[in-house]
Unconditional design. Structure first.
Ligand code: PEP
Ligand code: MN
Length: 633
């Protein structure tokens, strides 16, 4: 059962409640969520929930109806993020794991590791004990293979995962792998499940060849019940009557799992299809369906692979898949997890923001009320559940970063439909001690919210920011009984209707406001154009040390009022072969009809070219040039 604790519960009351439950034979877990703290009590004793509800500090008791308890969404409403070193799997991030089916030699795995890393994989896979259908097939290199795998992972700075097939190997494997994989054939090897549960390393639990979703979650329950919370489910296709593909990917398992469980789920399109050309489309479909990542087989020379060659991607195919995932991620409101470019581990380097490494709980300020789109964007960018600090104005966001009351700030810069948010460009100039340290994009999906008693037919007045109203004009035209009323802020308009408690009031905002303000989503996806994206900048004080491997820069400069001056500046970029991503002009404050230019540039691998270009532009520009920030996209 789930016991929701009162906000003000005292430590003594907590201890009392815990002993009460443990004395009756329950295993008790405390789970601290975003909105509430709960005790999860699992076990088979029969205790009347009403008896527990009467205890001090208890708000309510909810029985768990499913046979899997710790794995169930009823137990924990927030998504579980599984940590693998600095990596986080689950939530708003997409992770891609790549590598060969089997480690075949030191050279092969070292080469694959470099290729996987270069294309954006964040973990390296490689089997050392291969459960093959035939005893005559290559069985894997065993411990020697694990040694090579670990060496390759360390060489490129990626954690490694490998399959465990026997409880006897557990202690030995612990020395080599960051994540244990339980293969499809062993999903119901309960001794093995208990063993990896006991070891306490993250586990990728593949779905059995013919396992139901419930059996799969019960297998996860075995691991969780040993005290190991770090389980990543992996759908890898099941046996059906279809024989064209090796297995049949159960794509609907993804949303089903998302509903039943808080655990992250990744997909293995390689074993699901068995055919290399089917791997990218099926992998993309999995991401579209909500998977938290993919595990993909890739080999420098698949034709020569000792196992699973036909389903193994060529490096170029993998690289293309990564680019497609990147494009798709924004559509599903997620970000692809990246590790800064590097040729090897770089001890002592302050990690990139957004990679969830290093620092403790961050404080990030954003403009708007709780639940604003900016808050969703920052939660997508920062992985370590930062404290989101709402601010009234954009200026407040900048000043909180400057005075150190926030570690970072986030501000919208540009919307794909409405264009630039000029105020923030101007603020970047007014705050020379603030720099851009990151960028993130968010797909804007508007929803009509109402109080819990309201239905769509009741709504007469719809409050929202003028942009929100304008972006939903078709929906409003189709519902002529609804009148749009401009409000200063989208999320603020939801707070307003929640407070007014009128059935005829609606608000257009992010659906994440529903939980925060206790309102209901009456209709979602009401924006006229679904291709509605906003680009945000992450801001920090200039003295904050961040990513050392930027690939994008934002600059601002002005040019003399003479013929061809902008042309000459552009010439510098052309000569250095720097790719310009954006050029925008803004009036110079206090100098009517004079303009400055904002430029976003790709930073090439050869950073010198960039620095030379900046030096030359400085000479050409009239009022100087400022680098607003260098960051990774
Ligand atoms: C593998 O990942 O190499 C593997 C054997 O997968 P599965 O257990 O899903 O067949
Ligand atoms: Mn394989």
């Amino acid at each position: 059962m789930v016991i929701v604790l009162k906000r003000g519960i005292s430590p003594e009351q907590k201890d009392g409640l815990r002993s009460f439950l443990e004395n009756r034979g329950y295993q008790v877990r405390e789970i601290v969520g975003k909105e509430e703290t709960i005790f999860g009590a699992v076990g088979s004793p029969r205790v009347d929930p009403r008896e527990v509800e009467l205890l001090a500090g208890v708000m309510k008791v909810i029985p768990i109806s499913k046979p899997f308890k710790l794995a169930s969404r009823e137990m924990k409403t927030d998504d579980t993020l599984v940590s693998v070193g600095p990596l986080k799997i689950g939530g708003r991030r997409i992770v891609v794991i790549a590598g060969p089916c089997a480690v075949e030699s030191r050279e092969q795995i070292l080469e694959t590791a470099g290729l996987a890393r270069a294309s954006g994989a964040v973990m390296l896979r490689g089997g050392a004990f291969k459960p093959r259908s035939s005893p005559y097939s290559f069985q894997g290199l065993g411990e020697e293979g694990l040694r090579y795998l670990k060496e390759a992972g360390e060489a490129v700075g990626l954690p490694v995962v490998s399959e465990i097939v026997s409880t006897d190997h557990a202690d030995m494997m612990k020395e080599y792998v960051d994540v244990f994989q339980i293969g499809a054939r062993n999903m119901q090897n309960f001794e093995l499940l208990k063993k990896v549960g006991h070891i306490g390393r993250p586990v990728i639990l593949k779905r059995g060849l013919a396992a139901t979703i419930e059996e799969w979650l019960m297998a996860a329950e075995y691991i969780l019940s040993q005290g190991n919370d770090d389980v990543i489910l992996c759908e890898r296709g099941i046996r059906t009557f279809e024989t064209f593909t090796r297995n049949t990917l159960d794509i609907s398992a993804i949303p089903v799992i998302k509903n039943l469980s808080h655990l992250p789920i990744i997909v293995d399109p390689s074993h699901a299809t068995g055919l290399r050309e089917k791997v990218p489309p099926v992998g993309l479909a999995a991401i579209a369906a909500g998977a938290d990542g993919l595990i993909v087989e890739m080999h420098p020379d698949p034709a020569a692979a000792l196992s699973d060659g036909p389903q193994t991607l060529y490096p170029e195919q993998f690289e293309k898949l990564m680019r497609d995932i990147e494009a798709l991620a924004v559509v599903v409101g997620k970000e692809v997890t990246k590790i800064p470019r590097a040729s090897g581990p770089r001890p002592g380097v302050v990690p990139a923001v957004g990679d969830g490494m290093g620092e403790g709980r961050l404080r990030v300020s954003f403009q708007g009320a709780r639940g604003a789109y900016s808050e969703s964007a920052l939660r997508g960018f920062f992985q370590q559940n930062p404290e989101a600090a709402p601010k009234k104005t954009f200026d407040d966001v900048f000043s909180s970063v400057l005075d150190g009351s926030s570690d970072y700030g986030i501000v919208p810069m540009e919307n794909s439909l409405a264009g630039s948010i000029h105020e923030n460009y101007d603020l970047l100039l007014r705050y020379p001690d603030i720099k851009i340290v990151g960028e993130t994009k968010l797909r804007i999906v508007h929803s009509l919210m109402g109080i819990p008693e309201a239905s769509l037919e009741d709504i007469r007045k719809v409050f929202s920011h003028p942009q929100g109203l304008a972006q939903c004009s078709r929906f409003l035209d189709e519902h002529p009984q609804m009148e749009g009323v401009p409000f200063y802020d989208t999320a603020g308009s939801v707070a307003f209707i929640a407070q007014e408690k009128r059935r005829d009031y609606g608000a257009i905002a992010n659906e994440e406001t529903a939980k925060i303000y206790g309102v209901k989503v009456l209709k979602t996806g009401i924006e006229t154009n679904p291709l509605n994206y906003t680009r945000f900048f992450i801001l920090a004080r200039s003295d904050r040390k961040v990513d050392e491997t930027p690939n994008r820069a934002s600059l601002v400069f002005s040019t003399p009022d003479t013929p061809g001056s902008l042309f000459r500046c552009m010439g510098v970029l052309a000569e250095k072969r720097l790719n310009m991503k954006k050029l925008e002009s803004r009036p110079i404050p206090g100098k009517p009809w004079r303009y400055m230019f904002y430029v976003d540039l790709e930073i090439p691998d050869d950073m010198d070219l960039f620095h030379q270009a900046v030096a030359e532009l400085k000479k050409l520009s009239e009022e100087g040039l400022r680098v607003l920030g260098m960051y990774r996209v």
